[in-house]
Design a protein around this ligand. Sequence first.
Ligand SMILES: CC(C)(COP(=O)(O)OP(=O)(O)OC[C@H]1O[C@@H](n2cnc3c(N)ncnc32)[C@H](O)[C@@H]1OP(=O)(O)O)[C@@H](O)C(=O)NCCC(=O)NCCS
Length: 199
Amino acid sequence: MTKLIDNERLEVVSVRTRPDLLPVIAEWLWHQWWKEEGRSLEETQAIYAECCKEAGAPQTLILLANDMPIATVTLARKDLDERPTLTPWLAGVCVIPARRGKGYIYHLLEAFDSACRQASVKTAWLFTNTAERVYLRAGWRVVEIVDRAGKLPVTLMSRDYVQYQIPETLSRRGRFLLVLSGHNPGGAKVNFHPPALGI
Ligand SMILES: CC(C)(COP(=O)(O)OP(=O)(O)OC[C@H]1O[C@@H](n2cnc3c(N)ncnc32)[C@H](O)[C@@H]1OP(=O)(O)O)[C@@H](O)C(=O)NCCC(=O)NCCS
């Protein structure tokens, strides 16, 4: 996925295809969260080295701006201990400080949505106590406030990826329009997110 915006080439790559970027993102994520959790930088890198599935979780994505890594997100199997049955999760969201407040996160959230659709995810989850507005703008919804023993409460949010099967009876024109609208990348099975279509 590559875009040219204001002369800047934005590209989303994965740890699977760019393992050379692991030390860079591990350092960001270690400073942001894992250090406080008592993990070493090496452990943090080992955790993200595992996030290399071609489809589905765990999968770490990295946003490059003119080939420079500036942000990352992970499609994770689990994230919130208080909700162990929910899966998969949007986790490890980080934009480097110098690039914050410029909307870069939305490029990664778009790539995350594609990864979910590719893996036929029905609902993805996240928790936050700092960035609820960012996710609301990107189409996520608030599910509940989760209290955690000895920690600050967090907002649990979700995003649905509804899957539609094109009815065999749909006319040739109907099928054509669905494909044209970009919602039938892989054949008869169509994934789309309702808010994107205004329904
Ligand atoms: C949260 C985060 C991913 C948002 O990414 P982004 O690309 O900066 O997103 P946006 O450009 O939409 O800006 C998000 C907010 O940060 C504010 N902001 C502006 N400049 C900023 C800066 N230099 N530093 C931090 N936030 C800034 C924006 O005004 C905006 O506020 P609003 O949501 O109240 O309107 C990013 O700030 C980040 O990595 N933060 C640290 C890690 C973190 O909190 N991750 C989320 C865990 S759930």
